[in-house]
Design a protein around this ligand. Structure first.
Ligand SMILES: Nc1ncnc2c1ncn2[C@@H]1O[C@H](COP(=O)(O)OP(=O)(O)OP(=O)(O)O)[C@@H](O)[C@H]1O
Length: 698
């Protein structure tokens, strides 16, 4: 049993009694949480019996089941991690508290608040643990000696890691007497221990140790779009996930309706972060890659770099817009319609005015078609009313909307089209292409879009990933997609303008959290300027905020990676690490087996990062040596990761194989190497037999 005490000031030392009191509070809180869960379960049973119709019963059932899940107590996760003792009204805070540690207090006694991952209250509704997102909890993260915000003492709790299936034990605490000018900041032993804790398994939440500059971003208003530029390991992903949890807590009903979406670079990354929000009690946030979101067509081919780069270029938005609206034709004569009793006629000039008018209104294309239909039927309706003296029934209106003459008029003037059809026409019909691209794309660029062989069907066409982005743009011109209340975009520097537009379309009136690092941009269209990307995302005025303190990569490793920065051609400040520990080794050797063996003798995860083409060989070598590397979705201790998949991930011990091969594999290979070198939490071993890339030679 240890109680960690800051030494800088004369402050009362924590006593064993205090630790006992805190443990008692833990026991009380656990029991209260259990009671809350039992109450929810009872309501669930009762709700089942009283819900009126099947729909209400299902809705209610879903919400109750969700609530019960939210109230589950994982003994491996500390129920609280901090405590605020407020300055007593009109006097000093008293370090003593009731033996049961409860928040209730006698007159003149200071208020005390335990802060945890979720709210826990006793049978009469008195809070025993405050949710970290509650307004009061903000002070836990923001109070400082300079601005104590009425906090006398901030206490952080230390917990022993839980053994498999066991529970974590409250072992220590660390106090900062803000009222005595004492503040530990990043010198906190508990913070340091948390940051240095080995990383086996998926990403963890950071609620216990969110730093003030991160907290500002986590608690930004729902209306605020923020763009976080941060070096590797500065906590961008963590900030994004915690902001999602915070916003859902504060605007639950609103965001339940519109939804919150997290966008990540690939499935392996989404798997890696998938446990964070559930650990924070949030189970209803969707996670997807951009490709998963844009699923208008079956991808079955790959573009060359030049074609892909062109298709991701923002000019394509105009090309597609033109191609679509060029399909609109002018009426070439009157229409005559019979309803069985009478014949009605609408003149060409009137039809032209209808089409021109709708066109000027610029509705989504599909809506425009329906608008023309409705207005033509309206003209017929007025004639019918004039002749019959009363309104025709709805069935008559529906029938008139579908009669041959009206359908033919629409097919000529405002033809229906699918995204696939529009793209296929653009790719096969040189004339249509040049009409749409004239003045926007050079003849050579237009040729890049050409399909040498017309496909037999739209389904079997050689669609590429970039075509899926373009098809989504067309779908967005046809109809507006439903918007999310908030979207968190991780690794946003890699988005193309066209992908950004696809996300902007799904933002509706909602806001964005844009996270990234220009130095880690590896796509041919990677952003070089956040303001430009924010423009494509439809939020040109989004606030750009830097994060500068690194929590992952040890200082020696950061120093190595920073040597690449001047060659990366982006204006970002060099990373600064909080971590003085850790090691870096650069060895002329190709013996990955020996390096992996040594790394496995240490605590934590081991990641071997190699150029994609080298991965099968590395896997074979490790398996032949009796080691058991797992694939990216596995949670084993040793993982072999292709360099193109490692973005956003981290391992305690990283072995980077042959940097020159990683650089040579792609046009932005140096950026990729920068990503690979910044994945290590504790140690980085660089193995090479070829000369190191120029900036690393020293
Ligand atoms: N305040 C914090 N307390 C403890 N750990 C933290 C804190 N902030 C970040 N970390 C840890 O640092 C590591 C890096 O965080 P994260 O992955 O969010 O960084 P990132 O900026 O997204 O990195 P990258 O650019 O490499 O993707 C994670 O293990 C995260 O849990």
């Amino acid at each position: 049993m240890t109680a960690v005490t800051p030494t800088a000031h004369e402050t009362p030392a924590p006593t064993a009694d205090e630790l006992t009191g805190e443990r008692a509070h833990l026991t009380t809180s656990r029991a209260a949480l259990q009671a809350m869960r039992e109450r929810a379960e009872q309501l669930f049973t009762v709700g089942d019996q009283v819900a009126g119709d099947a729909y209400t019963a299902e809705q209610l059932g879903r919400q109750m089941a969700q609530r019960i899940k939210e109230l589950s107590d994982d003994p491996a996760v500390p129920l609280f991690f901090g405590k605020l003792t407020m300055a007593a009204a009109g006097g000093e805070a008293s370090p003593a508290h009731r033996p049961d540690g409860s928040a209730g207090r006698a007159a003149g006694e200071a208020e005390r608040w335990h802060i945890g991952r979720r709210h826990v209250s006793d049978a009469v509704g008195e809070p025993l643990v405050l949710d970290w997102r509650a307004p009061m909890s903000r002070r836990f993260y923001q109070a400082s000696a300079r601005d104590p915000q009425d906090v006398a003492v901030r206490r952080r709790f230390g917990w022993s890691p839980a053994a498999a299936g066991g529970s974590t034990v409250l072992t220590s605490f660390e106090d900062e007497h803000l009222d005595h000018g004492q503040e530990l900041g990043t010198g906190s032993a508990i913070l340091t221990a948390e940051i240095e804790r080995p990383r086996v398994g998926p990403m963890r939440d950071i609620v216990a140790t969110i730093q003030p500059e991160q907290d500002e971003l986590v608690r930004a208003d729902l209306e605020d779009t923020i763009c976080v530029q941060g070096a590797p390991g500065t906590g961008k992903t963590a900030v994004g996930l915690h902001r999602a949890a915070y916003l859902v807590y504060l605007h639950r009903e609103r965001l339940r309706r519109s939804g919150v979406l997290i966008i990540g670079p690939n499935r392996a990354f989404l798997h890696y972060i998938s446990a964070v929000l559930p650990a924070l009690g949030e189970l209803e946030v969707s996670q997807a890659t951009v490709a998963e979101l844009l699923d208008q067509l079956p991808v079955r081919a790959e573009d060359g770099v030049a074609a892909a780069t062109l298709k991701h270029d923002q000019r394509m938005a105009q090309v597609l817009h033109r191609a679509l609206w060029a399909r609109i034709g002018r009426p070439t004569g009157p229409i005559t319609v019979s309803d069985g009793s009478y014949r009605w006629r609408v003149d060409e000039g009137v039809l032209r005015r209808v089409v021109d008018e709708v066109r000027r209104e610029q509705p989504p294309y599909a809506l425009g078609r329906e608008r023309v239909r409705a207005r033509v039927v309206g003209l017929l309706q007025r004639q019918s009313e004039a002749r019959r003296g009363d309104s025709p029934p709805d069935s008559w209106l529906r029938k008139m909307g579908k009669v041959k003459a009206v359908a033919e008029l629409l097919d000529h003037c405002w033809p229906a089209v699918t995204p696939q059809q529009l793209l296929a026409d653009l790719y096969t019909d040189a004339e249509a292409r040049s009409r749409a691209a004239d003045g926007l794309l050079t003849p050579e660029e237009q040729e890049l879009l050409h399909w040498a062989k017309p496909p037999r069907s739209l389904r079997s066409a050689p669609w590429t990933a970039a075509d899926a982005v373009l098809a989504d743009e067309v779908a967005g011109l046809l109809d507006r997609p439903a918007g999310f209340g908030h979207i968190v975009i991780d690794e946003a520097q890699d988005l193309s303008p066209m992908q950004a537009r696809a996300l902007a379309r799904r933002t509706g009136h909602g806001s964005l959290t844009v996270l990234g690092d220009l130095a880690q941009g590896t796509t041919p269209w990677a952003a070089r300027d956040w303001r430009d990307l924010l423009g494509h995302l439809g939020r040109p005025d989004g606030r750009i905020v830097p994060l500068s303190t690194g929590f992952r990569v040890p200082a020696a490793v950061v120093a190595l990676a920073n040597r690449l920065l001047p060659a990366l051609d982006v204006a970002v400040p060099p990373a600064r690490s909080l971590r003085r520990d850790g090691s870096l080794e650069i060895t002329e050797s190709a013996d990955v087996v020996a390096a992996a063996r040594t790394a496995l003798t240490r605590e934590g995860s081991v990641g071997v990062i190699a150029a994609d083409a080298a991965v099968p060989g590395v896997l074979d070598a490790l398996r032949a040596a009796g080691l058991e590397p797992s694939d990216l979705d596995g949670d084993g201790r040793l993982t072999v990761v292709p360099a193109t998949m490692v973005k956003g991930l981290e391992y305690d011990h990283v072995i980077v194989l042959e940097p020159a091969a990683i650089v040579a594999a792609e046009p932005r290979g140096l950026h990729r190497l920068y990503v690979a070198l910044t994945r290590a939490v504790t140690s980085l071993i660089v193995l090479h037999t070829e000369p190191l890339p120029e900036p690393l030679r020293a």
